[in-house]
Design a protein around this ligand. Structure first.
Ligand SMILES: Cc1ncc(C[n+]2csc(CCOP(=O)(O)OP(=O)(O)O)c2C)c(N)n1
Ligand SMILES: [Mg+2]
Length: 424
């Protein structure tokens, strides 16, 4: 048996060889995105929402795009949003980006222990949230803070969770960014990858049993598709035709592992759907209008009883995986500048300016207003406690919320802790 590093070597040796995926460029190399299959903006047709999975299989390999390089919106997927919705969408994306940048700074200053930003992926969470109903149930990944922002979550609540302070919804028991929001219908973010998919399918099945027309929507990354949960979820969704939308955010990287390792080299991630009997769409994840249109289409399909959808969002993780990661160790530093689908906020702004509903002046004013809102929220969040200054959470609370009636051994441990820290 041989192991080859390129498909070419394997083909020439005339023997079975193992193919080891390699990213096209490493630090110091010229970025190369020639492997990303693109369709022209506006070129992909928009079938009826009840089209059979077989008849629309090609949509899992094409790339649905609405905005062209000059800031025009073209083709059948153009969602024709009104001015107000466009402005709200841009505002949510910008707030998400500025919030992320602020929280990364707070981590660098030692005020929070950890953070994960969604730089370059803001259009996905924001456009999808806006295209859904507020009663639809969301099962996010740790890179979906745009969902919280678009559903109107207070920044103070998000910040307090990252600070693990007395106003932390998780009472200090979770890593920063693992938010949840029952009232906003956003399920807990979990560190264990891919659990969102079976959870969402189960929720959707329950909604259908109860005769509701709310749908479940979940997000995972490209790397997470290699987990068994992905396949279990797709099987159940297809068999029972659950009203669920399963999103794969293909940002090209799973920490330092190139998407080829999760199986994205030969076929798209979306193309796995038709094999299970699931309608699948591949969309430009940096195109707010295309993401919005595709989400509306998939939601309508699910709500009208035509079954689940798998959506692959083609995007690029512009920042580090987390504050514990240094991407300059494994990919070219300037790679994002060569990403063929650009930046979602820059593109949305260009489109809106061209449509006459946005200006540089408005953009500057909005940036200043949101920046002030973030720093005021931080002051407020800090008043509930920081890692170094009080007030602090009551440590003996860590035994609560697991059992309705606390068992004797936990009562004993809690009392022992109280004695040790002198709080009894
Ligand atoms: C079950 C499980 N396996 C491994 C990990 C460690 N881990 C955390 S994030 C991550 C990469 C995930 O990449 P991807 O699914 O592409 O999502 P992205 O971070 O790019 O948004 C890994 C391997 C984990 N948290 N859970
Ligand atoms: Mg990824």
């Amino acid at each position: 048996m041989q192991v080859s590093c390129t498909t070419c070597e394997g083909a020439m040796s005339n023997k079975p060889t193992l193919h080891i995926p390699h990213p096209p460029a490493r630090p110091g190399d010229k970025p190369d995105f020639s492997y990303v299959a693109l369709s022209d903006p506006g070129a992909v047709d928009r079938p009826e929402v009840n089209t059979s999975v077989r008849a629309m299989a090609y949509l899992s390999e094409e790339l649905i795009r609405v905005m062209d390089d000059d800031g025009n919106a073209v083709g059948p997927w153009h969602p024709h949003l009104d001015e107000r919705d466009l402005q709200i969408g841009l505002r949510h994306m910008l707030l998400t980006r500025l919030f992320d940048a602020y929280m990364v700074r707070m981590q660098r200053q030692g005020k929070i222990s950890f953070y994960m930003q969604s730089l370059g992926e803001e259009a996905i969470s924001v456009a999808q949230s806006m295209a859904l109903r507020p009663t639809d149930m969301l099962f996010p990944s740790y890179r979906c803070q745009g969902l919280q922002v678009a559903r109107g979550r207070s920044l103070v609540d998000l910040m307090c969770q990252c600070l693990s302070n007395t106003n932390d919804m998780c009472k200090g028991r979770q890593m920063p960014v693992m938010y949840h929001w029952a009232r906003g219908k956003i399920f807990s973010v979990t560190g264990n990858l891919t659990v969102q998919f079976p959870q969402a399918v189960g929720w959707a099945m329950a909604a259908a049993i109860k005769g509701e027309d709310n749908i479940a929507v979940a997000w995972i990354g490209d790397g997470s598709t290699a987990e068994a949960d992905f396949h279990h979820a797709l099987t159940f969704a297809a068999v029972y035709q659950a009203p669920v939308m399963l999103n794969v955010v293909n940002n090209q990287w799973a920490i330092s592992t190139f998407q080829g390792f999760a199986g994205g080299e030969r076929r798209s991630f979306a193309s796995r759907g038709p094999g299970y009997g699931i309608a699948s769409l591949r969309v430009d994840g940096n195109d707010f209008l295309a993401v919005h249109a595709v989400t509306e289409w998939a939601a309508e399909r699910a709500r009208r009883g035509h079954g689940p959808c798998l959506i692959e969002h083609v995007t690029y993780r512009a920042g580090a995986h987390s504050t514990s990661d240094d991407p300059s160790r494994y990919r070219p530093r300037d790679e994002y500048a060569s990403w063929p689908l650009g930046d979602p906020i820059t593109r949305m702004k260009q489109f809106m300016q061209k449509s006459g509903c946005w200006s540089d002046d408005q953009h500057e004013k909005l940036t200043a207003e949101l920046t002030q809102h973030i720093s005021e929220s931080w002051q407020d969040a800090e008043s509930y406690g920081t890692m170094t200054t009080g007030p602090f959470l009551d440590r003996s609370e860590l035994f609560e919320d697991v059992y309705r009636d606390m068992p004797a051994h936990l009562i004993e441990q809690r009392d022992e802790l109280r004695r040790l820290i002198g709080e009894d």
